[in-house]
Design a protein around this ligand. Structure first.
Ligand code: SF4
Ligand code: SF4
Length: 115
C-alpha cells in the first residue's frame, strides 16, 4: 500500500490503516474524554418494558449501559453518555425514550461545571 497523505502531513507507514475498520463493540469508557457534557437529551429507561436484551450495551459507542448482576437491571452512566440516541433507536421494545436535560435537576444543561 502506498503512503497516505493528510494535507501536508505524511502518515508514517506503521500508522497506516485501510479505509474502514472493524471496531469491537461495545467500545469502553474513555477516562480522558468525558462526553457526558455534550448531552442535551438523555435516554430514560422503563424497566418494566426492558427485556435485558443488551442491545443498548452492545451499540452504545461510549459503553454507557451495563447489566447490574445484583438487580438484573440495565444501568446507565451519565458521565459518558453524550445523548446520541443510538440506544433509543436499537431498543426493540421501546424501553428507552429521550428526555431533555432541562427536565432533570442535575441535568448537564443546569450544571455550572458539568463533569
Ligand atoms: S435495548 Fe432496550 S430492552 Fe434491550 S437491554 Fe437495552 S433498554 Fe433493555
Ligand atoms: S444516548 Fe448514545 S451515548 Fe448515551 S447511552 Fe445511548 S447510545 Fe450511549
Amino acid at each position: 500500500m502506498s503512503p497516505l497523505y493528510c494535507e501536508k502531513f505524511r502518515i508514517p507507514k506503521h500508522l497506516e490503516i485501510a479505509d474502514g475498520a472493524v471496531i469491537p463493540a461495545p467500545v469502553g469508557e474513555q477516562p480522558m474524554m468525558k462526553t457526558g457534557n455534550w448531552r442535551t437529551e438523555r435516554p430514560v429507561i422503563d424497566h418494566e418494558k426492558c427485556t435485558t436484551c443488551l442491545n443498548c450495551f452492545t451499540y452504545c459507542p461510549d459503553g454507557c449501559w451495563h447489566l447490574d448482576a445484583k438487580s438484573e437491571k440495565m444501568v446507565w452512566n451519565p458521565i459518558y453518555c453524550k445523548g446520541c440516541r443510538i440506544c433509543v433507536e436499537v431498543c426493540p421494545v421501546d424501553a428507552l425514550t429521550n428526555e431533555n436535560e432541562l427536565n432533570f435537576k442535575g441535568g448537564v444543561a443546569r450544571l455550572d461545571k458539568p463533569y
